[in-house]
Design a protein around this ligand. Structure first.
Ligand SMILES: NC(=O)c1ccc[n+]([C@@H]2O[C@H](COP(=O)([O-])OP(=O)(O)OC[C@H]3O[C@@H](n4cnc5c(N)ncnc54)[C@H](OP(=O)(O)O)[C@@H]3O)[C@@H](O)[C@H]2O)c1
Length: 277
């Protein structure tokens, strides 16, 4: 069975470098698809209240645990949605997510978007800190936070986010934000690591895929891993789920990494964090 190496977060919690994302996985398919991922060797799963499939993620985790996998070996992330920001609303949203997941504890809880116009991410994060201090969640962090949001958060809160989950792929390299994460001890987790599939036609990546006799998805995910990103590709078939995890048995050269680095064009496949509210 393939397995991802682990990464130790800034609070000592251990997460897989490469996990499985379930955005847009229909609720009715989610349990079976996550079970396929867990059977393939994935141990980290990324969901969110927004995705409407937390029940499926929880059911797959329960199945795996019933079949002998240690719960401690699985890492489940969920996220508080924008309409639930604020201290009390976030605590209530967490309870709702936990009811759906059916888990005793959550591995990581993130603020999904900063929503700067709402101006509620600080009380929202304080709710996450309280969940963290009571042990209901093992790590807390943020998603889609830009430098200004991170600085405001760090000025007002005590627990440095373990992760900032951001859109990141060869067409959107986020160089400055990643440097800030490194300085602050925050792990960078890449969402839409394949630019939602758009990156798979890039000519440079196609050339490198042919050279290495690997798929373009594997070349792209290998670039993420060698760049030090945590990564959570989503896929809908057993074959692609397995293919995406099989990136730990080869390496890109420095020159190849530099060629992929040079593909950055600041191109988002998702929303601008300053415009989501
Ligand atoms: N925090 C946030 O705001 C945020 C936003 C977006 C996403 N996310 C998280 O990040 C995860 C990944 O992002 P994403 O789902 O947007 O996009 P992604 O992982 O970049 O791309 C997924 C797309 O690529 C295709 N694909 C996957 N593996 C492939 C392969 N080996 N060969 C060919 N095509 C392949 C998938 O097709 P099939 O599904 O048809 O196989 C799907 O269309 C999400 O599931 C979610 O957990 C978080």
């Amino acid at each position: 069975m393939q397995r991802s190496p682990k990464h130790i977060l800034n609070n000592g919690a251990s997460i897989d470098v490469l996990g499985f994302g379930v955005y847009k996985v229909p609720a009715e398919d989610c349990a079976d698809l996550v079970s396929t991922a867990l059977d393939t060797g994935y141990r980290t799963v990324d969901t969110a209240a927004l995705y409407g499939n937390e029940e499926g993620v929880g059911a797959a985790v329960s199945r795996a645990v019933a079949a002998g996998t240690s719960r401690e070996d699985i890492f489940v992330t969920s996220k508080v949605w924008n309409t639930d920001q604020g201290y009390d609303a976030t605590l209530a949203a967490f309870d709702t997510s936990m009811d759906k997941l059916g888990l005793d504890y959550l591995d990581m809880y993130l603020i999904h978007w900063p929503c700067p116009e709402q101006d509620l991410f600080i009380p929202t994060y304080k709710a996450l800190e309280s969940l963290y201090h009571t042990g209901r969640v093992r790590a807390i962090g943020v998603s889609n936070f830009e430098e200004s949001h991170l600085r405001q958060l760090l000025d007002a809160c005590d627990v440095v986010p373990a992760v900032n989950q951001i859109e990141l792929h060869p067409w959107l390299a986020q160089t400055e934000l990643r440097a800030l994460h490194a300085e602050l001890g925050i792990a960078t987790q890449a969402w839409s690591p394949l630019a939602r599939g758009g990156i798979l036609t890039d000519p440079v990546l196609l050339e490198l895929a042919a050279l290495h006799n690997r798929s373009v998805a594997q070349i792209t995910l290998r670039w993420h891993v060698q760049s030090g990103h945590l990564v959570i590709p989503k896929a809908s078939s057993e074959a692609r789920i397995a293919e995406n995890l099989a990136v730990f048995g080869f390496a890109l050269t420095d020159t190849e990494m530099a060629r992929i680095d040079a593909l950055d064009r600041g191109l988002r496949s998702g929303s601008d964090p300053n415009k989501v509210n």
